[in-house]
Design a protein. Structure first.
Length: 233
């Protein structure tokens, strides 16, 4: 089956969010004189952010999930911070979060053959700041940017995947990296190619993806094989 739309998760498959977010939070900690490193701050914040997205049935903006998660992080670690102000700096720093090394060349090459999009829990304005957005509309056309703000649902809830498939005209393949994204997409009945990235695994309690690859060239190879299978009698 040739994919009508191939979507990528933003902050695990395309962007090394832990490196980027940890660097910003390390600077914040240094400015405040906090005895905690950026990686620790990021990991606590990220876990709380994902839990907020998972546990809230109603859609709220990504920025609000981030703010709540930062407030919880400060409380858990005993830090005297202002989450309302600090979350603005954290989300502004998204513009400097790095792409994984294969993305800058690999994603345009993939887009030359397939329609490529993003399926992410972010708000539109957050996506617009990213290095992925700066690759341009020739790589990811605006209509293929499927944010939670546009779809009014969040991963890992099935609604976001089903609405994305509807936007794709019923023909969607999702390239996922994180355990919750892989499991959420598969449980929603979406076809998944898992793109392995450092620091991410799969949920042993959930379904396993049919395809796992190590880079975007591997994604292209899986899609080529699927295309050939469709052509064969």
């Amino acid at each position: 089956m040739v994919a009508g739309l191939v979507t990528f998760d933003l902050f695990s498959a395309l962007i090394d969010s832990r490196t980027g977010g940890s660097a910003m939070l390390a600077r914040l900690a240094a400015d405040r004189g906090w005895d905690v490193d950026g990686e620790r701050l990021y990991d606590v914040w990220d876990a709380r952010n994902k839990a907020s997205q998972r546990d809230l049935a109603a859609w709220v903006p990504f920025a609000e999930h981030c703010r709540r998660a930062l407030a919880g992080t400060y409380g858990e670690l005993g830090l005297d911070g202002d989450p309302d102000a600090d979350v603005l700096d954290l989300l502004a720093s998204v513009s400097s979060w790095p792409l994984w090394p294969d993305v800058a060349a690999g994603l345009p090459a993939l887009a030359a053959r397939y329609r490529v999009g993003v399926l992410s829990n972010v708000d539109d304005d957050v996506f617009a700041r990213t290095a992925v957005a700066r690759l341009g509309g020739d790589v990811i056309e605006p209509a293929a940017v499927l944010t939670s703000e546009r779809l009014r649902a969040c991963k890992p809830h099935p609604e976001i995947y089903l609405r994305a498939r509807e936007r794709a005209g019923g023909d969607l393949v999702h390239v996922a990296t994180s355990a919750r994204d892989v499991r959420g997409a598969l449980e929603a009945g979406i076809e998944v190619i898992r793109l392995r990235r450092p620091g991410h695994g799969v949920d042993p309690a959930g379904p396993g993806p049919a395809h796992e690859v190590s880079d975007i060239m591997g994604v292209a190879e899986v899609l080529r094989r699927r295309e050939a299978e469709r052509r064969s009698p």
